[in-house]
Ligand binder design. Structure first.
Ligand code: TRP
Length: 333
């Protein structure tokens, strides 16, 4: 039998996975779960780089329940919790000895956070700085061939590829070189500021739609989404001049599987209010299914924990194998 290629991806635990996370990542994870050997991780170690959560265990279980509610099948995928597989941290240290610190200074995500917190220099931790190395460790530990991620993680993937290539050049074929898989439509933007990414950590929750938002709230948020004042209203995909309308079209296209071009034709005589009603309905249809499943499993903690225990065990076997090769070549084994 052919051995399946390995797919790895992860998300930070959070209460507020958004429709953007669903469209940009989780929906893809579900689409490819029968084709590859997939490892879907909950990145709790990454979550402590920028927040002071004191309930990460709860948030991790929420996230796991959301993965399942969105259609990730625990019987065919490995679902694991990053902090429980110590090899992630161990490889992180080794790799950090092979990365020039200047490289990290230029990572966009770091630069953005750095600017955001520049008035609070005590918020800028070494963990935030070395975040991409931990992410690289996550990926390389599993000999990952493909990494489905949102467009915003593309630079981190490039970084991982470079580390893997350099390490292999020095020591032989230790790591598989990972490739990103980025969905055609993966950039869902903020509802009130459609030039910015929709982010679950946005302080204004009117900017995003959480997968657990109630239907009335979804309708309200979509109704308030920024469009434009073109008169007559034109439903046309134009990221530069009509970012709000384009965002709504992106959401609609992914949720209905209808191409943007066909949507533009179908919605030719539609005004913005009607477009918003259609979008809100589609979102509410999908959220209804997700929430129904979510609330039916979220309080079954024994079941949820058993999925993690089994996933962690399987993940650890692969991770250990890679780490042991690395230890050998850096001569500490
Ligand atoms: N940094 C990713 C994010 O915030 C989450 C993540 C952690 C990840 N480790 C990863 C994604 C490995 C892909 C592969 O979205």
């Amino acid at each position: 039998m052919l051995v399946k290629d390995i797919v790895f991806s992860a998300m930070q635990p959070s209460n507020n996975l958004t429709i953007g996370n669903y469209i940009g990542a989780i929906k893809q994870w579900v689409n490819i779960q029968n084709t590859y050997k997939c490892i879907y991780c909950i990145a709790d170690l990454h979550a402590i780089t920028n927040n002071n959560f004191n309930n990460l265990k709860t948030l991790s279980l929420n996230t796991l329940a959301l993965y399942l509610a969105c259609g990730i099948d625990p019987d065919i995928n490995i679902i694991c919790l990053q902090s429980k597989i110590v090899e992630h941290s161990q490889l992180h240290w080794i790799l950090s000895c092979y990365v020039n610190w200047n490289k990290l200074r230029h990572m966009t995500q770091f630069k953005n956070r750095y600017m955001k917190y520049s008035h609070l220099s005590n918020k800028i931790t070494v963990g935030l700085f070395t975040y991409p190395i931990l992410m690289t460790s996550d990926i390389l530990l599993y000999q990952t061939k493909y990494v489905p991620v949102g467009y915003d993680q593309k630079q981190h993937l490039e970084f991982s590829r470079e580390i893997a290539k350099n390490f292999n050049k020095k020591y032989g074929n230790i790591f598989t070189i990972p490739k990103p898989i980025i969905a055609k439509i993966s950039k869902i933007t903020s509802l009130l500021n459609p030039k910015k990414k929709m982010s679950k950590s946005d302080i204004n929750n009117n900017n995003y739609i959480s997968l657990l938002d109630k239907p009335e709230l979804v309708t309200k948020k979509i109704n308030n989404a920024i469009t434009d004042s073109d008169n007559p209203p034109i439903i046309k995909y134009d990221l530069k001049n009509k970012p709000g309308i384009s965002n709504l079209l992106n959401i609609l296209s992914v949720l209905t599987n209808i191409s943007i071009t066909n949507l533009e034709k179908d919605l030719n005589n539609t005004n913005y209010r009607q477009l918003k009603r259609i979008v809100a309905n589609e979102i509410n249809n999908i959220l209804f299914k997700i929430q129904k499943k979510y609330f039916s499993i979220r309080n079954k903690e024994k079941y949820l924990n058993s999925i993690l225990i089994s996933g962690n065990r399987k993940a650890k076997i692969i991770a250990k194998n890679t780490l042991s090769k690395v230890y050998k070549v850096v001569s500490i084994k």
